[in-house]
Design a protein around this ligand. Structure first.
Ligand SMILES: Nc1ncnc2c1ncn2[C@@H]1O[C@H](COP(=O)(O)OP(=O)(O)O)[C@@H](O)[C@H]1O
Ligand SMILES: [Mg+2]
Length: 292
């Protein structure tokens, strides 16, 4: 069954696009079929997938505002290993024009309906704001995945985002889940990063992914070569972390499908399971060694 995941956080520079591109490539490497939907007018996910945003004939603009068949807009990002619904600055115009369109938050949802089943995963890269494009992503998605850079203001924006998710749930998309929170650009030598990480585990428990994405120069370099890190330096810590992330995503899904574990029926569990702080501690020495 296909699953649509919006990778979102209204803060810029927290690792949304990096996560979208590299998670898509890692899922593809494990033989899952993936469609990446670039919903950011900056088109960074498009470029990072090896597709030139300046040469698009069709893009997300056509997806949201006219009836061009979606199959004609999707391109094969061959180097990256997945299909891409590309974007460029035309999406800025689309965002403005959408305001006059009926059912404007549900455009993406309706357009994806005909192709989503062709893929195991549809990953949506959101722009850095809670605008109409992001609302389209949240309306279309089964779940949101939230990259968080562990720094001072990390938690502040989070409550606004979670409120928005709640509102979307109430209004149009009752099944919208929080898939998880992902610690990105993590530098274990930084005390503040460790403190924020602990706070996240305290507040969100099991929703915090065990996989931590370290700060890794290869992840920052790969986009300028128009490729996910897996094709650029597959032995890098960044590549290994995103492969682990794909593994965790798939494993969590399998566990959900298997249903509640036998021991959970024994008692009423109001509280989330205790956070696995050991995983963070274990990860530290390795991360700091190679945080480059
Ligand atoms: N784990 C990481 N290590 C090093 N650099 C990273 C990492 N993740 C992202 N970056 C870099 O940080 C910048 C912002 O990341 P990006 O994924 O574009 O964030 P967003 O999409 O949330 O704005 C980019 O230049 C990217 O290459
Ligand atoms: Mg981005």
């Amino acid at each position: 069954m296909s699953r649509i995941i919006a990778i979102t956080n209204q803060k810029g520079g927290v690792g949304k696009t990096t996560t979208c591109v590299n998670l898509a490539a890692s899922l593809s490497a494990t033989r899952r079929s993936v469609l990446l939907v670039d919903l950011d007018p900056q088109g960074n996910a498009t470029m990072g997938s090896g597709v030139d945003k300046r040469q698009l004939e069709l893009s997300g603009y056509n997806l949201l505002l006219d009836d061009t068949p979606i199959e004609q807009i999707i391109v094969d990002a061959e180097v990256a290993g997945y299909h891409l619904l590309p974007a460029n600055s035309d999406l800025t115009a689309a965002e403005v024009q959408l305001i006059q369109v009926e059912d404007r938050e549900a455009r993406l949802h309706r357009r994806l309906a005909s192709v989503a089943a062709n893929y195991d995963y549809v990953l949506i890269d959101c722009p850095p704001s809670l605008n109409m494009l992001t609302l389209n992503a949240l309306t279309a998605a089964d779940a949101v995945f939230i990259p968080i850079q562990c720094e001072y203001y990390a938690l502040e924006g989070l409550s606004a985002l979670l409120e928005t998710v709640e509102q979307i749930r109430d209004a149009v998309n009752p099944g919208l889940e929080i898939e998880g929170l992902l610690r990105t650009m993590f530098d274990a030598r930084n005390n503040l990063a460790n403190q924020v990480s602990e706070q996240l585990l305290e507040h969100f428990g099991d929703k915090v992914y065990r996989t931590i994405i370290p700060r890794n120069i290869r992840l920052a370099e790969a986009p300028s070569h128009g490729t996910p890190v897996l094709k650029y330096d597959q032995a890098s810590r960044g590549a290994i972390a995103y492969l682990a992330l794909a593994g965790e995503l798939v494993r969590r899904e399998q566990e959900r499908q298997a249903g509640p574990q036998h021991d959970t029926e024994a008692e009423d569990e109001d509280e989330a399971p205790p956070p696995d702080t050991a995983a963070v501690n274990d990860a530290e020495p390795n991360l700091s060694e190679n945080a480059d």
